[in-house]
Design a protein around this ligand. Structure first.
Ligand code: BTN
Length: 246
């Protein structure tokens, strides 16, 4: 077992990603070290957003990885691996979930988990990757202006034990990470694409030229989202270059 080989728990922290980065600077950590907490006073989301999580209700986890076997141009494989691991965990409790590109985890049209990956690249090598996961488990109400948060409890009506969930999550992530280590890049990418939110569904998107109807057909090896338009032309988008109209 790599992911979860060492666990650091704190009652509260500003951010598990920030703490894991500090720990890594000072110490030689084994790959797969997990830092987790009950509460973050400054939980960080994508693009400078805050990550809301009520004290003791959800999983707030950062995992230290050393994926030096992946070239930086293919770093999206880390997102793929983690997204699939989280979906495997969720499918223990609910029949279906989907990955909203690039790495939000959705149940129907609501977001149940988010991932914040912070890579350190030196001389063309990914020296370390801190993979932060916020996974909503028992929270009933969300107060931030996040548009569509949801938790397992809001879906199933039952409370889950967080430590049990953490053990299952790390086990599911570890299985996927072993597939990455084995070099199963094509298989992982195909599985990721097959689980994409709105795959092959004609729906509205907005890019720099405005609103249009299209359908997601795949992702490129550098993680761009491929959307086909009604006229048959295909656009490849980097993060933030296209918005889903929900
Ligand atoms: C997103 O915006 O979707 C990404 C959210 C990532 C939140 C997690 S919670 C654990 C880890 N520590 C942080 O400060 N952020 C990530």
């Amino acid at each position: 077992m790599i992911i979860g080989s060492k666990l650091y728990f704190f009652e509260n922290l500003p951010s598990t990603n920030t703490y894991a980065a500090k720990l890594l600077k000072k110490n030689k950590l084994p790959e797969g070290t997990v830092v987790y907490t009950n509460y973050q006073s400054a939980g960080r989301g994508q693009t400078g957003n805050i990550w809301e999580s009520e004290d003791g209700k959800n999983l707030l986890v950062s995992i230290v990885l050393f994926p030096s076997f992946i070239i930086p141009a293919c770093q999206f494989l880390i997102s793929i691996t983690l997204s699939l691991g989280i979906c495997d965990f969720l499918k223990r409790y609910i029949p279906a979930c989907a990955i909203k590109w690039p790495n939000d985890i959705y149940v129907n049209n609501d977001k149940i988990a988010g991932i914040l990956i912070e890579n350190s690249v030196m001389e063309g090598v990914i020296e370390s990757s801190i993979a932060g996961i916020g996974l909503n488990i028992n929270q009933d109400k969300f107060i931030s202006d996040a548009p569509n948060p949801v938790s397992l409890r809001m879906i199933n009506g039952t409370n889950l034990n967080l430590k049990t969930c953490l053990n299952k999550l790390t086990s599911d992530l570890d299985k996927k990470y072993n597939q990455l280590l084995a070099g199963n890049f094509v298989q992982l990418t195909e599985e990721y694409v097959s689980q994409l939110y709105r795959l092959n569904e004609w729906c509205y998107f907005r890019d720099q030229n405005g609103l249009y109807k299209g359908r997601i057909i795949s992702v490129t090896s550098d993680g761009r989202l491929q959307i086909e338009r009604r006229d048959g032309k295909t656009g490849n988008y980097a993060f933030k270059e296209v918005n889903f109209i929900l």
